[in-house]
Design a protein around this ligand. Structure first.
Ligand code: MN
Length: 667
């Protein structure tokens, strides 16, 4: 859980624990790296997610002024048409049908007050699509053909050949990714079409709702922000884009002021809003949504690239069921060389562990579709990239306005939509790349607000399951969540189901990977070598530490402080520093039959972190077919050909649970 769009990953930490590099933009993605989201400040008025318009000012008056002029013209045209055509009801109806959808509100939108523009209503036939609706191929064949011909730096999503001058720290300092490289790549660069081949023949509804595309940003790089906008304009059917709303969260970089306004003046569908003070990501998104006029609101991060035909597959699902929130597949744009590739594992379900770290889990066979390119249900969104029917978003209360700065909001909206009568899907035929930053280049307030956000989500939505979090994070138990009365009222007025229902019907496969109650460990305590009488030690148990032999410190009081000799052989069949109640996220890891044993991020996928503690007291590593050995003279611990007769390959755990061990060894 981290910052902006951020997408997080297996190893990232929720609150406080995370280093700053874990916090990046929108929500969470995961990929063997860490990512985060960021932001926000004071809560929005609970009853008015539409915002106080005085909070906002249009960034460039142009957007609003021209919009107003256009609407005036349109109104005049309507009056004229009415005079001419009113008697002819049929013609009149036809005329209205053919009106371009440039009026705010859009089809089916109810009366929704919009920031800065007062309330409007629109009487058009409700946007409703049956399955009988005509389908169409939305691919822009001409654009695809032209893209395929492009050559140059970063084209086709290829890595940019970095020079030493471009590899310097300075290139990353302001953005957390290499802006020198970004600047060298065309704003209109082509991307590889890495969708499932079936996506090419997919047809979507001929009549789709249009969307406002909300892009919050804070001190974003020039080329990365512009490439986001260009990719959306280049790869979206224009009639589906009601507007692109850039929401500036109080940036101070010069290029984001007048230069950005001048540049965007070239694009009539783009408007810029600016906050008057730093609001944070969650609130900035809400502000963008409150000003939006499209039928649907689509949130993107400010350093993304939309891939081929990304929009129709999203809008199609919302057209068929307006209570569906949809997420594109989030691809990875490398923060060094900008190559474009899929996340590890590609299509997976969004989940969480009971410390509320965002996780991804495989799609269980029961939910796999005959066509793997079909939409699939996901319990939790990664965070920053999704589309939602605008009215439905506000019926759900938008985000909890009490969420601050950044983090936790993806759980809130996810739990809410599932429990309150909607659903959520990931759409494999819609792909958007996101730059996962190396680190977040600006200051993010410490973990306090994230903890508070998570506590709010737990208190409002998780019912008795909140207890599982408090057991792991006792510091959350007495933390104030602030006033959650309005959120609980919302939950009851929307007649939302219980969290137990969510865990049973939607995230039923999650406990297999992240059980609320940790199953018993197989062994724990010190690991003493029989041959040498010495103990396995990781010193401070830090990531990357090499396992070595040291004098056993158990019961030696102060001497133990400099060592880390307590390990747990967990139910996942990996070995982690720490006692069973407080294991670290690092696992004993070996890469070959003669490598040292090191601590590496736990991936929970067994593989090279899977160990067997056998009856002959050897620690067997199935992947390499070798055993843990050691040498008394230089205190090294290393993998070696198994020889159960060798005393240096025999190890004694301080405590064992024979039932669990037998179960493991039966596998
Ligand atoms: Mn981001």
């Amino acid at each position: 859980m981290n910052s902006e769009l951020d997408l997080v990953n297996e190893t990232s930490a929720p609150a406080g624990g995370g280093s700053s590099e874990e916090r990046d933009a929108p929500s969470q993605l995961e990929r063997g790296r860490r990512y985060g989201t960021e932001y926000q400040d004071s809560p929005v008025d609970e009853d008015a997610p539409q915002e106080d318009p005085s909070q906002w000012r249009p960034g460039s008056g142009r957007g609003f002024r021209e919009g107003r002029r256009w609407r005036l013209l349109q109104a005049a045209a309507l009056v004229l048409a009415a005079l001419v055509l009113l008697p002819n009801v049929g013609l009149w109806a036809l005329y209205r049908e053919r009106q371009p959808d440039s009026t705010p509100g859009g089809p089916g939108a109810a009366v929704v007050p919009v920031a800065g523009q007062g309330s409007r209503s629109r009487q058009k036939k409700p946007f409703f699509m049956g399955d009988g609706q005509k389908l169409k191929d939305w691919h822009d064949k001409e654009a695809i053909r032209k893209d395929a011909q492009r050559v140059g730096n970063g084209e086709q999503g290829r890595p940019y050949p970095m020079t030493d001058a471009e590899r310097v720290d300075q290139a990353y300092r302001e953005n957390g990714f290499n802006i020198y490289v970004s600047d060298k790549i065309s704003l209109n660069r082509s991307l590889p079409d890495i969708r499932h081949p079936n996506c090419n023949s997919k047809r979507y509804l001929e009549t789709l709702p249009n969307t406002s595309i909300i892009i919050p940003f804070h001190n974003e790089g020039w080329s990365s922000l512009l490439r986001t906008v260009h990719s959306v304009l280049n790869r979206s059917p224009p009639e589906l884009v009601a507007e692109i709303v850039l929401v500036d969260d109080f940036s101070d970089r010069e290029h984001l002021k007048k230069p950005l306004e001048d540049y965007m003046a070239l694009f009539p569908s783009v408007r810029i809003l600016r906050t008057k003070k730093r609001e944070g990501l969650i609130r900035t998104r809400m502000l963008g949504a409150s000003a939006a006029t499209g039928d649907v609101v689509t949130f993107l991060d400010s350093h993304c690239e939309a891939n081929v035909n990304w929009l129709p597959p999203l809008l199609d699902r919302i057209a068929r069921n307006r209570k569906t929130i949809v997420c594109p597949m989030i691809d990875v744009i490398d923060h060094d060389d900008f190559r474009y590739e899929t996340q590890a594992g590609d299509a997976m379900r969004g989940a969480f562990d009971w410390e509320m770290y965002y996780k991804r889990i495989p799609i269980p066979p029961e939910l796999q579709k005959a066509d793997p390119s079909d939409p699939f249900e996901s319990p939790v969104m990664a965070g920053g990239l999704f589309a939602v029917d605008r009215k439905w978003f506000w019926e759900l209360g938008g985000y909890d306005p009490g969420l601050e700065i950044w983090g936790g909001e993806q759980y809130e909206i996810s739990f809410k939509v599932w429990m309150c009568g909607g659903r959520m899907e990931d759409i494999p035929c819609s792909r958007v790349g996101h730059i996962y930053r190396k680190y977040v280049p600006y200051k993010v307030p410490a973990g306090v607000s994230l903890a508070r956000n998570l506590k709010r989500v737990a208190e409002v939505w998780m019912d008795e399951y909140a207890e599982y979090i408090y057991q792991r994070r006792p510091e959350y138990r007495h933390l104030s969540a602030g006033d959650v009365v309005a959120q609980k009222k919302l939950r009851s007025s929307l007649n939302c189901k219980s969290f137990k229902w969510f865990m049973t019907k939607i995230a039923w496969d999650l406990p297999k990977f992240y059980p609320p109650v940790e199953p018993p460990a197989a062994a724990w305590g010190e690991i003493r070598n029989v041959g040498t009488g010495l103990c396995a030690d990781t010193k401070h148990g830090a990531l990357g530490a090499i396992l070595r032999l040291e004098s056993c410190v158990r019961g030696r009081g102060e001497a133990a402080w400099n060592n880390m000799q307590v390990f747990t052989f967990t139910w996942r069949e990996d070995i982690r520093p720490g006692d069973p109640q407080h294991t670290k996220k690092f696992c004993l890891d070996a890469i070959s039959h003669n490598s040292p044993v090191t601590l590496y991020d736990c991936h929970s996928m067994k593989g090279n972190q899977l160990w067997k503690y056998r009856k002959d007291k050897t620690l067997f590593h199935p992947v390499s077919g070798s055993c843990v050995d050691c040498s008394e003279s230089d205190h090294r611990i290393f993998m070696n050909t198994c020889n159960p007769a060798s005393l240096t390959q025999q190890w004694l755990f301080e405590h064992t649970n024979s039932t669990v061990l037998e179960m493991f060894n039966r596998n």
